[in-house]
Design a protein around this ligand. Structure first.
Ligand code: GH3
Ligand code: MG
Ligand code: MG
Ligand code: MG
Length: 313
């Protein structure tokens, strides 16, 4: 395998934001004008592996939210300049943040306040003084649920790699990043060769196992910042940041050779499994995903026509 190219630090940092959430610690953002409360929450949450982003001044709310992209938000009600209720209302109206779990932590626990809190769209309410274990449990349960829902929505259950919906979003973001940082982005479309024969000869269950194996092989052969997804059927897609078509051909060829050497046959099926791949890259072949995909798919067609088991740009 080739040594992995290292993109510049700032690019790497930006790419890290595209990584699956489970690879990074969950982030909790807290807005409270009382520094003591912020300190207490930090010391309570950090031992649980949660990253705590604290702000005292609610006027810094929006910039902090966008910069830190938290997984959960804790709000105080009474603060100078802006109340937590107002903040909650604004967040719920924003299409990007409307799904963010919001928990209120406040000194007031009368029925009217509780009503108001839920009326503006809060998910949970806890009254001060803070009871550590209860608060931690409420937060952890909610984060667990979010993680679960996210996986259901983004991971292909058969292969364990991202699904088409998730990878489309990630590829769009990676492409924007490539444009901003004047980097190439390589798109590879992979298709298993004569897969119908595998199903017909060895059975659908073996076919499924082969799909899973290849998905995992791709996932582990690529860099963390690369994208790999099941596009549909026996077709996969890869997004390789900072790589041209030539880099992509080299990389995919290495992956294909590795695959053939190590696990190209399934124990219950002695048909050697190969795949073909077509490659395109931004900026040479297009500036939007649809065009890049079309070019890569045409290259895939040539790979099939010229004998399969090859990578073509
Ligand atoms: P080619 O080399 O030209 O790609 O030949 P092929 O047989 O792979 O091509 P084709 O697209 O005609 O067949 C794809 C097959 O993949 C047909 C379909 O039954 C099978 N397939 C698609 N999704 C799944 C799946 O989830 N599990 C299994 N076991 N098979 C699948
Ligand atoms: Mg307050
Ligand atoms: Mg196909
Ligand atoms: Mg096929």
């Amino acid at each position: 395998f080739l040594p992995k190219p290292v993109p510049p630090a700032q690019v790497l940092q930006a790419v890290t934001q595209l990584l699956p959430k489970e690879a990074t610690a969950a982030k909790v953002m807290v807005v409270d004008d009382d520094p003591q409360i912020l300190a207490t929450l930090r010391s309570l949450l950090e031992p649980w592996g949660l990253r705590t982003i604290c702000i005292e001044d609610p006027r810094r709310f929006w910039e902090t939210l966008e910069a830190s992209a938290p997984d959960l938000l804790i709000l105080d009600i009474n603060m100078p300049h802006l109340s937590g209720l107002e903040l909650c209302q604004i967040v719920r109206q924003d299409s990007h943040w409307c799904g963010l779990p919001i928990l209120f932590l406040t000194a007031y626990s009368d029925a009217n306040t509780v009503n108001q809190v839920f009326a503006v769209g809060a998910d949970d309410f806890v009254s001060k003084p803070i009871v550590g274990p209860e608060l931690v449990n409420r937060i952890m349960n909610r984060l667990d649920r979010i993680e679960l829902l996210r996986n259901l929505a983004e991971i292909d259950p058969l292969t364990g790699v991202a699904n088409r919906h998730k990878s489309t979003q990630d590829l769009e973001r990676l492409l924007n990043l490539a444009k901003r940082h004047h980097q190439p982005l390589c798109l590879a479309v992979l298709d298993i060769d004569r897969f119908k024969l595998v199903n017909d000869t060895c059975g659908h269950a073996v076919g499924d196992a082969v799909l899973r194996q290849l998905g995992q092989w791709l996932l582990h052969s690529l860099r963390r910042e690369d994208i790999v997804a099941r596009w549909g059927g026996e077709e996969f897609i890869c997004g390789l940041y900072g790589m041209t078509s030539q880099d992509g051909v080299q990389r995919l060829t290495d992956i294909s050779i590795g695959w053939q050497q190590q696990q190209s046959t399934h124990p219950q099926c002695n048909i050697p499994i190969t795949f073909s791949a077509g490659i395109a890259h931004y900026p040479q072949h297009g500036a939007d995903l649809e065009t890049l995909y079309r070019v890569a798919d045409k290259a895939l067609y040539r790979a099939k026509k010229n004998g399969r088991g090859r990578v073509v740009a």
